[in-house]
Design a binder for this molecule. Structure first.
Ligand code: PGA
Length: 239
């Protein structure tokens, strides 16, 4: 895997945004899948600035949501749909018909998986994905030992994910299940960006770069032919 280390989170965000803009400029009509979570937010801001400077047209591509907490919708601060619309789709001016995201309020989970998968299939698969690495190495809701599943997944959340979830919500919510794109489906993308920042991610970043291990989902992507790990110096401190 390619590894790019930048001094701090801000410099890292700018580097990731420039690399994303280069990808988008070279692949009009591509299907992109971005993680919500805290890690990519600064890169989204930098990418939107690049669009303001006419360096990229973020409306020239299509998007699919990576995941959602089952039971949560746009009205819940911290849901993936709220985070993505407020921090990316809306400020970037992405047309509604360029985006399809998981509805965590749909009680028919199988129907929801099919709805998203049909969007992915219509567009010929995911071309590019930007993933944050979770504290337990999860990518989206591909939790430890869930492997490289094709298609979309419905999954019981790992204890670490439930515990980390508190940081996203105004008050702790009893999240138990997630819905999202499977790691095998993500691995089919021609380009994968993994991103992590801060000293608290140093240990899981190290494991991400080691022999692929089912216990560390992010490591299952490290043998992808075109994967780049973008980290700041703090997250790189154990490499
Ligand atoms: P974070 O989450 O970007 O908020 O650290 C990453 C993840 O758990 O997917």
């Amino acid at each position: 895997m390619n590894i790019i280390v930048k001094q701090d989170e801000q410099t890292l965000a700018q580097t990731v945004a420039e690399a994303m803009a280069a990808y988008i400029n070279a692949h009009p009509g591509a299907l992109l899948c971005f993680a919500a979570g805290d890690t990519p937010l600064s890169a989204f801001r930098a990418l939107i600035e690049l669009q303001k400077d006419n360096k990229v047209d973020l409306t020239s591509v299509y998007y699919v949501g990576l995941d959602e907490w089952v039971g949560l919708g746009a009205e819940t601060r911290g849901s993936c749909v709220q985070v993505m619309y407020d921090n990316y789709y809306t400020p970037a001016g992405i047309p509604a018909d360029h985006v399809r995201v998981f509805d965590g309020l749909n009680k028919d989970v199988e129907q929801e998986k099919t709805r998203i998968q049909s969007w992915i299939d219509e567009r010929g698969g995911i071309d590019f994905t930007l993933l944050g690495i979770g504290m337990n190495g999860h990518i989206g809701f591909n939790e430890p030992y869930s492997g490289l599943k094709d298609g979309c997944i419905y999954i019981e959340l790992d204890d670490t994910t439930k515990s980390v979830s508190k940081k996203y919500f105004d008050t702790p919510l009893p999240v138990e299940y997630g819905i999202g794109v499977g790691a095998g489906e993500l691995k089919k993308a021609d380009t994968v960006f993994l991103m992590a920042s801060g000293a608290k991610k140093a240990e899981i970043v190290k494991k991400t770069t080691q022999t692929p291990d089912e216990a560390v989902p992010s490591s299952l992507l490290n043998d992808h032919l075109n994967v780049t790990l973008f980290i700041d110096e703090a997250a790189a401190s154990l490499l």
